[in-house]
Design a protein around this ligand. Structure first.
Ligand SMILES: [Zn+2]
Length: 253
C-alpha cells in the first residue's frame, strides 16, 4: 500500500497519467480479459486464430483467391466492374476475433492496439504506403463525430502514417452528407447511399494517396473517397483497412 502510494505519487508528479492508469488497470490482451505484460498485445493462443490475409489475392481489391494464381490476377467482381480505387488491401479477414478488435476500437474507443494494427496494415499495403504522398482517413460526418468524439479511421490513419514515416492529412476528405446506416444494404445500394457524400478539399494534383478505414465491407465508402480524391486531381488512390469482409454473409456491420 505504502510503496504503491509512493509510486503513484511519483508518476503523478511526472505527469505520466497513463502509467498511473497501468497501475490501476493493468494492460489487458486485445482479445480477452487476460492480463498481459504490455499494452497492445494478444496472448499466443488467440494470436494463432487471427486470419491474416496474404497472397494470392485480387491485385485490385485484395479479395482472397485460390492458391496457384498469378499475382496480377483479379477477382470476378473487379473484372466485371473496376473499382474507383487502384488497390485495396486489408490486414485481417473479418471474423469473430477481428470483430471484437474493431468494436473495441470504434465503440469502446480502445487505443492500445493502434501501434500493432498499424504494423499489420502497413505490412498488408507495404508497396502502397511506400509510394503514398500522404495518408488520409475515411471521413465521418461531423454530427457523428460530435456524438462519438473520435473517428477510429483517423486514429488508424495516423498510426499507419507514423509507421510509414508519411504525412497524415486528417482533413483531406470530408463527409458532407450524413449517410443512412449501411447495414443490410447490397453493394450497389451501399454505393448509391454513399455516392456524393464525400468531398475532397484542396488540390491533390498528381498525388498518390493511401486512404485508411477500419473495415472493408463492400468497398463503397473507399470508392467514394477515391472518386472525391480523383476529382481533386489525385493520380493514384489506394486503400488499406484493418479488416475485410471475405464472405457475402458477413454484410451486417
Ligand atoms: Zn477484386
Amino acid at each position: 500500500m505504502g510503496s504503491s502510494y509512493r509510486a503513484a505519487g511519483a508518476f503523478r508528479k511526472r505527469g505520466v497519467i497513463s502509467r498511473l492508469s497501468d497501475l490501476i488497470w493493468p494492460p489487458r490482451s486485445l482479445l480477452s480479459d487476460a492480463i498481459v505484460d504490455r499494452p497492445g498485445v494478444i496472448e499466443a493462443g488467440l494470436w494463432s486464430e487471427l486470419k491474416f490475409l496474404a497472397d494470392p489475392q485480387c491485385a485490385c481489391c485484395g479479395f482472397p483467391l485460390p492458391d496457384g494464381g498469378n499475382p496480377r490476377d483479379i477477382c470476378g467482381a473487379c473484372a466485371g466492374r473496376k473499382p474507383a480505387y487502384d488497390t485495396a488491401r486489408a490486414a485481417l479477414a473479418y471474423e469473430d476475433h477481428t470483430r471484437r478488435l474493431i468494436l473495441d476500437l470504434k465503440r469502446g474507443g480502445r487505443r492500445d492496439g493502434l501501434p500493432v494494427f498499424a504494423k499489420w496494415m502497413s505490412a498488408a499495403a507495404a508497396e502502397q504506403l511506400a509510394k503514398a504522398d500522404f495518408v488520409a482517413p475515411a471521413p465521418m460526418h461531423w454530427t457523428r463525430l460530435a456524438a462519438r468524439s473520435f473517428n477510429q479511421a483517423a486514429w488508424l490513419a495516423q498510426a499507419v502514417a507514423r509507421a510509414g514515416g508519411k504525412p497524415w492529412k486528417p482533413g483531406a476528405l470530408t463527409r458532407v452528407k450524413r449517410r443512412k446506416s449501411q447495414a443490410g444494404l447490397s453493394a450497389s445500394e451501399r454505393r448509391r447511399n454513399v455516392g456524393g457524400a464525400i468531398k475532397a478539399f484542396g488540390s491533390y494534383k498528381g498525388k498518390t494517396v493511401l486512404v485508411v478505414d477500419d473495415v472493408f465491407t463492400t468497398g463503397a465508402t473507399l470508392e467514394a473517397c477515391a472518386r472525391a480524391l480523383r476529382k481533386a486531381g489525385a493520380a493514384e488512390v489506394h486503400a488499406v483497412t484493418l479488416a475485410r469482409v471475405v464472405r457475402p454473409m458477413d454484410i451486417s456491420i
